[in-house]
Design a protein around this ligand. Structure first.
Ligand code: SDX
Length: 433
């Protein structure tokens, strides 16, 4: 904490209090309001937490006006260009880049945990065949706590570490099996000879009747998408994981809550909605301009999915990276840049970046605007887009959970409210109502 303070005067009573200010390594300082209610009898009011820091964290830093994203201090552009998702997992979890021996050991451990208890397979049979894979993920991940009684002490660092490794390692298997179940295909087991991301593609698209070799171009493209989605500060799903974990619930239950929150179309579910919106535009026979007009019409609930962000009031740095990669991948796939969906996306982006409504509200394309297009180009089905986002974000969620469980300032999250309901009144017997 710095010696900086702010002075607050209650004009109703004339009472004046000094509130301490916390200074971070990047970003805005924070006013510590923990004594406010005790000293002045007020709560603060901040629906959606637009101006509220829920915790201190060293995992990820975002500067929305600069379009900056750092994982443990490393710029996302450098990690995207030089790292791998598994190395980024080590970085987010442990705080520093691994040595080659540390990375080799971490990779071995993650491979060791990729199998699932055979009884987990039975969980899938309980879902309707057309269940959304995200519904399956929420259920299966939450159920993992029924299998791992050997590491349930959330205050034991070794228990927290093995739970983190199990989650990072098993998410590709759970995700791929969700896809296989929905398509009535046999489940494929993990193959330790493959990379983390290649293994996921093999479990998704491989079949028992032939050997599946993942396309190196797709492996690199998907690995990059996983890196870009690995963490993002205190977003809705990460805050959900922190709040549910603050009651000392087990990590599988907390991550399952995070998956549920990510599923929302305003959050991680947006990548699926972006492609559905682009398909609507392509098949509607209407112009892009007509859809943009609808997005600006207050009486029309339609919004441009993939645009806008609570924090980024500049271009989402992840969207820039994915945009370039999408161009490259579609070109490598033989002129796919003429994909009507991609052409509509580029036109929509151009119009929105010039339109006064979007400019004055600083509504730029976000990570979801392009990720759906590239996943679609790779043959990943629409209902698996958010599943892949959840797979990638698991390391971010569990890194924040782990940080919270070690934070001496951490306590159970219990926000207050501005009560606007009925004032106290007496019960009326039913015959008198
Ligand atoms: C992710 O938090 C994270 O970090 C999330 C994420 C991560 O990695 O975890 O980055 C991933 O969730 C990205 C966001 C994906 N969601 C979408 O693309 C859905 C479409 N976007 C919007 O729903 C919206 O922009 C949000 C939810 C992303 C942000 O909402 P805010 O910050 O609450 O902004 P707002 O709703 O108050 O909008 C401000 C103004 C409003 O107009 P006015 O009332 O001021 O006139 O901008 C308008 C909104 O109507 N607006 C849009 C719009 N987004 C905001 N208008 C049209 N289309 C849009 N997409």
């Amino acid at each position: 904490m710095t010696s900086k303070t702010v002075t607050l005067t209650d004009n109703a009573t004339g009472k004046v209090i000094e509130l301490p200010v916390h200074e971070g390594s990047h970003g805005p300082d924070c006013i510590d309001i923990r004594s406010l209610y005790k000293e002045l009898g007020y709560f603060t009011y901040d629906p959606g937490f637009m101006s509220t820091a829920s915790c201190s964290s060293a995992v990820t830093f975002i500067d929305g006006s600069e379009g900056t994203l750092l994982y443990r201090g490393y710029p996302i552009e450098q990690l995207a260009a030089q790292s791998t998702y598994l190395e980024v997992c080590y970085l987010l979890l442990n705080g520093d880049l691994p040595s080659s021996d540390e990375l080799h050991d971490f990779s071995r451990i993650i491979k060791e945990h990729s199998m699932m208890h055979e009884a987990v397979r039975g969980f899938y049979d309980g879902f309707r065949h057309d269940a959304h894979p995200m519904a399956i993920m929420v259920g299966v991940v939450g159920a993992l706590s029924a299998f791992y009684h050997d590491a349930t002490d959330v205050h034991n660092p070794e228990h927290r570490k093995i739970s983190a490794h199990r989650l990072i390692s098993k998410m590709p298997t759970i995700a791929a099996w969700s896809y296989k179940y929905a398509n009535g295909q046999p489940f494929m087991y993990p193959q330790n000879r493959l990379s983390y991301t290649g293994n996921f593609l093999a479990m998704m698209f491989g079949v028992p009747t032939s050997t599946y070799e993942p396309d190196p171009t797709f492996v690199r493209a998907l690995d990059l998408i996983l890196i870009l989605h690995a963490d993002h500060e205190q977003n809705a799903s990460t805050s959900t994981v922190r709040l549910s974990g603050s009651s000392e619930a087990n990590p599988f239950a907390a991550i399952s809550a995070g998956i549920a929150s990510l599923w929302g179309p305003l959050h991680g579910g947006a990548n699926e909605k972006v492609v559905m919106m682009l398909e609507d535009i392509v098949h509607s026979g209407k112009t892009v301009e007509e859809f943009v007009a609808r997005a600006k019409d207050k009486d029309d609930p339609f919004r441009l999915m993939g645009f806008g962000h609570r924090v980024y009031k500049n271009y989402d740095p992840r969207a820039k990276i994915i945009r370039e990669m999408t161009h490259k991948l579609l070109a490598e796939m033989g002129g796919g840049e003429h994909d009507p969906l991609f052409e509509v996306a580029l036109k929509l982006e151009k119009i929105a970046l010039e339109d006064e409504y979007f400019v004055e509200r600083k509504l730029y394309p976000n990570v979801d605007f392009y990720s759906g297009i590239i996943l679609r180009a790779m043959g990943i089905p629409l209902n698996m887009f958010t599943v892949i986002f959840a797979l990638a974000r698991t390391v971010g969620w569990i890194s924040h959970w782990n940080e919270m469980m070690q934070d001496p300032e951490s306590r159970i999250g219990r926000p207050r409210q501005l009560y606007t309901g009925s004032k106290t009144r007496d019960y009326i017997a039913i015959e008198d109502r």
